[in-house]
Design a protein around this ligand. Sequence first.
Ligand SMILES: [Zn+2]
Length: 155
Amino acid sequence: MCPMCVVTPDARTSLPATVEAPQQARAFVSEVVCPEHGALAEDAARLLVSELVTHAAVYGAPPLSLQIGCGVHELRLEVRHGGSSVLEPADPDGQLRLLLIDKIARDHGESPDPEGTVLWCTVSTGALPESPEGPTPVRSSGGPRAGKDDEGPHL
Ligand SMILES: [Zn+2]
Protein backbone atom coordinates (compact mmCIF):
# COMPACT_ATOMS: atom_id res chain seq x y z
CA MET A 1 0.00 0.00 0.00
CA CYS A 2 1.04 3.54 -0.58
CA PRO A 3 1.85 5.82 2.34
CA MET A 4 -0.63 8.55 3.16
CA CYS A 5 0.20 11.97 1.86
CA VAL A 6 0.76 14.51 4.64
CA VAL A 7 0.35 17.46 2.28
CA THR A 8 -3.00 16.93 0.61
CA PRO A 9 -6.08 15.27 2.09
CA ASP A 10 -8.61 13.42 -0.07
CA ALA A 11 -10.94 15.76 -1.90
CA ARG A 12 -14.43 14.99 -3.11
CA THR A 13 -16.92 16.80 -5.28
CA SER A 14 -20.29 15.95 -6.75
CA LEU A 15 -20.82 16.17 -10.48
CA PRO A 16 -23.88 16.52 -12.69
CA ALA A 17 -24.62 13.50 -14.90
CA THR A 18 -24.50 15.75 -17.96
CA VAL A 19 -22.13 16.76 -20.74
CA GLU A 20 -20.52 19.25 -18.35
CA ALA A 21 -19.31 16.54 -15.97
CA PRO A 22 -16.00 15.65 -17.69
CA GLN A 23 -14.94 19.29 -17.90
CA GLN A 24 -15.81 19.90 -14.24
CA ALA A 25 -13.89 16.77 -13.29
CA ARG A 26 -10.77 17.97 -15.15
CA ALA A 27 -11.00 21.38 -13.47
CA PHE A 28 -11.37 19.72 -10.07
CA VAL A 29 -8.18 17.70 -10.64
CA SER A 30 -6.20 20.85 -11.37
CA GLU A 31 -7.69 22.53 -8.32
CA VAL A 32 -6.95 19.82 -5.75
CA VAL A 33 -4.04 17.80 -7.16
CA CYS A 34 -1.27 17.42 -4.58
CA PRO A 35 1.27 20.22 -5.14
CA GLU A 36 4.02 18.10 -3.59
CA HIS A 37 3.57 14.85 -5.53
CA GLY A 38 0.96 15.32 -8.22
CA ALA A 39 2.58 17.80 -10.64
CA LEU A 40 3.89 15.19 -13.07
CA ALA A 41 0.66 13.17 -12.94
CA GLU A 42 -1.77 16.04 -13.44
CA ASP A 43 -2.17 15.70 -17.21
CA ALA A 44 -2.75 11.94 -17.04
CA ALA A 45 -5.11 12.40 -14.10
CA ARG A 46 -7.14 15.01 -15.99
CA LEU A 47 -7.48 12.69 -18.95
CA LEU A 48 -8.39 9.73 -16.77
CA VAL A 49 -11.07 11.47 -14.70
CA SER A 50 -12.60 12.73 -17.90
CA GLU A 51 -12.90 9.16 -19.21
CA LEU A 52 -14.01 7.68 -15.87
CA VAL A 53 -16.71 10.31 -15.42
CA THR A 54 -17.95 9.97 -18.99
CA HIS A 55 -18.10 6.21 -18.59
CA ALA A 56 -19.94 6.40 -15.26
CA ALA A 57 -22.38 8.95 -16.66
CA VAL A 58 -23.16 6.84 -19.74
CA TYR A 59 -23.36 3.37 -18.15
CA GLY A 60 -24.00 4.12 -14.49
CA ALA A 61 -26.66 6.23 -12.85
CA PRO A 62 -26.74 9.50 -10.94
CA PRO A 63 -25.65 10.82 -8.52
CA LEU A 64 -22.05 11.11 -9.69
CA SER A 65 -19.17 12.17 -7.52
CA LEU A 66 -15.42 12.30 -7.89
CA GLN A 67 -12.81 11.70 -5.20
CA ILE A 68 -9.09 12.29 -5.57
CA GLY A 69 -6.51 11.10 -3.09
CA CYS A 70 -2.74 11.39 -3.03
CA GLY A 71 -0.79 8.29 -2.00
CA VAL A 72 2.60 9.95 -2.60
CA HIS A 73 3.64 7.44 -5.30
CA GLU A 74 0.27 7.39 -6.99
CA LEU A 75 -2.92 9.37 -7.25
CA ARG A 76 -6.15 7.50 -6.70
CA LEU A 77 -9.12 8.68 -8.75
CA GLU A 78 -12.56 7.41 -7.77
CA VAL A 79 -15.85 8.06 -9.52
CA ARG A 80 -18.94 7.05 -7.55
CA HIS A 81 -22.25 6.55 -9.27
CA GLY A 82 -25.62 5.20 -8.24
CA GLY A 83 -25.71 2.29 -10.70
CA SER A 84 -24.20 -1.18 -10.81
CA SER A 85 -21.14 -2.47 -12.69
CA VAL A 86 -20.00 -0.49 -15.74
CA LEU A 87 -17.04 -2.69 -16.65
CA GLU A 88 -18.80 -4.63 -19.40
CA PRO A 89 -20.30 -2.04 -21.73
CA ALA A 90 -22.18 -3.46 -24.69
CA ASP A 91 -21.03 -0.94 -27.27
CA PRO A 92 -17.59 -0.34 -28.85
CA ASP A 93 -17.28 3.23 -27.53
CA GLY A 94 -17.44 2.04 -23.96
CA GLN A 95 -15.07 -0.84 -24.59
CA LEU A 96 -12.57 1.50 -26.21
CA ARG A 97 -12.80 3.89 -23.29
CA LEU A 98 -11.99 1.12 -20.82
CA LEU A 99 -9.04 0.08 -22.97
CA LEU A 100 -7.75 3.65 -22.91
CA ILE A 101 -8.11 3.83 -19.13
CA ASP A 102 -6.29 0.51 -18.85
CA LYS A 103 -3.38 1.81 -20.96
CA ILE A 104 -2.91 5.09 -19.10
CA ALA A 105 -3.71 4.11 -15.52
CA ARG A 106 -1.36 2.11 -13.36
CA ASP A 107 -4.33 0.04 -12.25
CA HIS A 108 -8.10 0.29 -12.46
CA GLY A 109 -11.16 -1.51 -11.25
CA GLU A 110 -14.51 -1.32 -9.60
CA SER A 111 -15.71 -1.63 -6.01
CA PRO A 112 -19.22 -1.94 -4.62
CA ASP A 113 -20.16 1.03 -2.48
CA PRO A 114 -23.10 1.83 -0.16
CA GLU A 115 -24.02 4.58 -2.63
CA GLY A 116 -23.76 2.37 -5.72
CA THR A 117 -20.48 1.52 -7.41
CA VAL A 118 -17.02 3.07 -7.44
CA LEU A 119 -15.09 3.07 -10.70
CA TRP A 120 -11.49 3.82 -9.74
CA CYS A 121 -8.01 4.00 -11.17
CA THR A 122 -4.56 4.91 -9.99
CA VAL A 123 -1.91 6.91 -11.80
CA SER A 124 1.78 6.94 -10.98
CA THR A 125 3.08 10.28 -9.69
CA GLY A 126 6.73 9.57 -10.34
CA ALA A 127 7.48 10.91 -6.83
CA LEU A 128 10.63 9.63 -5.21
CA PRO A 129 10.45 7.83 -1.86
CA GLU A 130 10.55 9.98 1.26
CA SER A 131 13.58 9.75 3.51
CA PRO A 132 13.10 7.43 6.51
CA GLU A 133 13.16 10.43 8.87
CA GLY A 134 9.97 11.67 7.31
CA PRO A 135 9.07 14.22 4.71
CA THR A 136 11.63 16.87 3.88
CA PRO A 137 10.50 20.25 5.20
CA VAL A 138 9.44 22.56 2.42
CA ARG A 139 11.89 25.40 2.14
CA SER A 140 10.43 28.79 1.40
CA SER A 141 12.62 31.60 0.20
CA GLY A 142 12.25 34.07 3.05
CA GLY A 143 9.19 35.63 4.60
CA PRO A 144 6.24 33.94 6.23
CA ARG A 145 4.37 31.27 4.27
CA ALA A 146 1.61 33.04 2.43
CA GLY A 147 -0.55 29.99 2.09
CA LYS A 148 0.17 29.85 -1.61
CA ASP A 149 2.94 27.55 -2.71
CA ASP A 150 4.10 28.39 -6.20
CA GLU A 151 7.72 27.53 -5.64
CA GLY A 152 7.98 23.81 -6.05
CA PRO A 153 11.26 22.02 -6.62
CA HIS A 154 12.70 22.63 -10.08
CA LEU A 155 12.66 19.26 -11.76
ZN1 LIG B 1 0.85 14.20 -1.96
